[in-house]
Write a protein that binds this ligand. Structure first.
Ligand code: SAM
Ligand code: SF4
Length: 501
C-alpha cells in the first residue's frame, strides 16, 4: 500500500479533527438548514392536482431555462397521467437539445484506492468489509493508469475518486492530480493528455478546498447520498465522519467560499423515496443559486449497485425501477434546466442509451473501477477490488460508434474551464443558449483529434459523417466562425493538439 502521507497521525485523531463545526454553523439560518424534511414532505403533499394549463405554464418556464420552484417540481412529481408524462419527456428532450444540442461529453473514472475510514452500509469500501482488498495507488501508479487512459483509450477528462482516509488526504489528492496532469503521451497522429480532472472526494474544510482549487481541479463532486435525515443517520454509522449530515450538506458552500465555482451534487438513488430526493436536489440547487449566484454544474443520480459482501446494496427498500429512473431524470432536467447531468456505467447500455436524449450530458466509457485496473491485464471485473459492480462495460470506441450512428457527437472539450468559462459565466451562457456555439466548435475539433488518434475503422467511418454534418451546420448557423474553425480543423488534422475557442 502507498504510504508516506500522514504517517505520524493516528487515524482516530485525524477522524476526530475533520469536522469543523464553525464551518457548518455559519451557514445555518437561525439554527435551521435550507433543507427540512417536513418542508419537502408538506410540499409534496400539497401539490397533487395539476391542471393542463398549469402543466403548460410550468413546462414553458423550464423551456425558458428557469429553475423551477419547489411547488412546481412537487406538482410534476405528482403527475400520474401517461399522456402528461409523454409531454414532459418531450419537453425534457427539447431542453437538452436547446442547451446542449446533440453533444455528449465523455470521461473515465480513476479510482485511486479502496481505503476508507467510513462505514457506509451500501459501499463495498466500508471499513467493516473484510473481504475487500485494500490498496492505495502511489502517484507513479496513478500516472501509469493515466497513460492508458490518455494514450490508449483517448480520454481527455477524468473523475478521480478517493476514499476518506489520512493516507488519501488533500496532500495525496494534490500529488495524484499532479501525476495525472504530467502525462503527455504519443498517439497515432498527435499526443494524448488529460486536460481536466474532476474530483469526487469526501467533504473538506475550506483550507483544504483552497489547496484543491490551486491544484487545478475541474468539478468538485460530492453526493449527499440521501437528503432524508433519518435514512442518512441509519446508513452512516455514528462515530464516523460521514455520519455528520450537515458537514456534507454544507461542503459546497465551503467550496464556493474557497473559490471553487464548479460543483457537482448528487443522490444515491435507492436509499429513500426518489420523489423526496429529487426535491432535495432542487432545494440544494436553489440554495446555491441564492447564496452564490451559481447552481450546480452537474447533478448525478447513481442507483445502488451490488457490491461484494454488502447486502444493503442489494436489499435496499427503495430501489428505483428503470421507469422511475426515466421519470426522475426528466424531472431533474425540467427543474434545473441549465445543469449538466451525468449518467454512469453503473447503468446498462440500454438504460443509458434511452436516457441520454432526455437530458444526460455526460457519460463514462471504457470504465474500470478496480484499483489499478486500467494498467492491469485482465478482462471482466474483480469484485474484491471494486466499490460496486458496473453494468455497462462498453469501450469508448463502441460507445462512440453507437452514438455516431444516432447523430450524436461525443465531445472531449475541456476549454470552458481553461478559458474561465466556469461558475456564473457558464451558467449565464447556458441559460442564454450562447454556450452552444463554443461547444459545437470545440466538440468538432476534439472529436477530430479522437478519430485520428484512437478510432477503429468502423467508428472512424461513422464519425466522419457526424463531423461533416456538424461542419455544415456551423457554416449555416455561425458563418462568422466558419473560416477560423476550418483553419483550426486543418491544423488538428496535421497533428496539432488542444486548439480551442
Ligand atoms: N468516499 C467519498 C464519499 O463518499 O464522498 C467519495 C467517493 S465514493 C467512492 C463515490 C460515490 O459512490 C458515493 O458518493 C456513492 O454515492 C457512490 N456509491 C457508493 N456505494 C455505491 C453502490 N453500492 N452502488 C452505486 N454507487 C455507490
Ligand atoms: Fe468510504 Fe465513500 Fe464508500 Fe462511504 S461511500 S465507505 S465514504 S468510499
Amino acid at each position: 500500500m502507498q504510504s508516506g502521507y500522514a504517517h505520524a497521525l493516528d487515524v482516530r485523531d485525524w477522524v476526530r479533527e475533520r469536522v469543523k463545526s464553525d464551518e457548518i454553523d455559519r451557514y445555518l439560518a437561525h439554527g435551521f438548514d435550507f433543507i427540512e424534511d417536513s418542508f419537502i414532505q408538506d410540499t409534496l403533499r400539497a401539490h397533487t392536482a395539476l391542471d393542463k394549463k398549469r402543466l403548460r405554464d410550468i413546462l414553458a418556464k423550464s423551456l425558458s431555462i428557469e429553475t423551477l420552484s419547489p411547488d412546481e417540481t412537487a406538482a410534476l412529481l405528482n403527475v400520474h397521467d401517461d399522456e402528461e408524462w409523454e409531454k414532459m419527456y418531450e419537453v425534457a428532450a427539447k431542453i437538452k437539445k436547446k442547451v446542449y444540442d446533440n453533444r455528449i461529453v465523455t470521461f473515465a473514472p480513476l479510482y485511486t484506492g479502496s481505503v476508507c475510514v467510513n462505514n457506509c452500509l451500501y459501499c463495498g469500501f466500508r471499513s467493516d468489509n473484510k473481504t475487500i482488498k485494500r490498496y492505495l495507488l502511489a502517484p507513479e501508479e496513478v500516472q501509469r493508469e493515466t497513460e492508458v487512459l490518455a494514450g490508449k483509450i483517448g480520454h481527455k477528462r477524468l473523475i478521480a475518486v478517493y476514499g476518506e482516509h489520512p493516507l488519501s488526504d488533500v496532500n495525496y489528492i494534490i500529488d495524484t492530480l499532479r501525476a495525472i496532469y504530467a502525462v503527455k503521451i504519443k498517439t497515432r497522429n498527435g499526443y494524448g493528455q488529460i486536460r481536466r480532472v474532476n474530483v469526487n472526494a469526501a467533504p473538506m474544510d475550506k483550507a483544504d478546498l483552497c489547496l484543491l482549487r490551486k491544484a487545478g481541479i475541474g468539478t468538485y463532486q460530492v453526493f449527499q447520498e440521501t437528503y432524508h435525515r433519518a435514512t442518512y443517520g441509519g446508513i452512516h454509522p455514528a462515530g464516523t465522519i460521514k455520519a455528520n449530515y450537515r458537514w456534507r450538506l454544507y461542503c459546497m458552500h465551503r467550496a464556493f467560499e474557497a473559490g471553487i465555482d464548479d460543483v457537482g451534487i448528487g443522490v444515491l438513488f435507492g436509499l429513500y423515496d426518489w420523489r423526496f430526493e429529487v426535491m432535495g436536489l432542487l432545494c440544494h440547487a436553489r440554495e446555491l443559486e441564492k447564496r452564490f449566484g451559481i447552481g450546480p454544474h452537474t447533478v448525478s443520480f447513481p442507483r445502488l449497485e451490488p457490491a461484494l459482501n454488502t447486502p444493503y446494496a442489494t436489499n435496499a427498500r427503495y430501489k428505483v425501477s428503470d421507469n422511475d429512473l426515466k421519470k426522475l431524470v426528466t424531472i431533474i432536467r425540467l427543474s434545473i434546466p441549465y445543469t449538466g447531468m451525468i449518467i454512469t456505467a453503473r447503468e446498462t447500455a440500454g438504460v443509458r442509451d434511452a436516457l441520454v436524449p432526455l437530458g444526460c450530458t455526460q457519460t463514462d466509457a471504457s470504465s474500470r473501477i478496480g484499483i489499478g485496473a486500467y494498467s492491469q491485464e485482465y478482462s471482466g471485473q474483480r469484485a474484491e477490488t471494486q466499490q460496486f459492480m458496473l453494468a455497462d462495460t462498453r469501450t469508448l470506441d463502441e460507445l462512440i460508434l453507437q452514438f455516431a450512428k444516432k447523430g450524436l457527437i461525443v465531445s472531449f472539450c475541456t476549454a470552458g474551464y481553461r478559458c474561465g468559462r466556469t461558475g456564473k459565466k457558464i451558467m449565464d451562457l447556458l441559460r442564454g443558449g450562447r454556450e452552444r456555439q463554443f461547444c459545437k466548435l470545440n466538440a468538432i475539433l476534439t472529436f477530430r483529434e479522437w478519430l485520428d488518434d484512437f478510432a477503429s475503422d468502423a467508428t472512424r467511418e461513422a464519425g466522419e459523417h457526424v463531423i461533416e454534418s456538424e461542419c455544415n451546420e456551423v457554416k449555416t448557423r455561425y458563418p462568422q466562425s466558419y473560416a477560423t474553425l476550418m483553419a483550426y480543423y486543418e491544423r488538428v488534422k496535421d497533428g496539432e493538439r488542444d486548439l480551442y475557442f
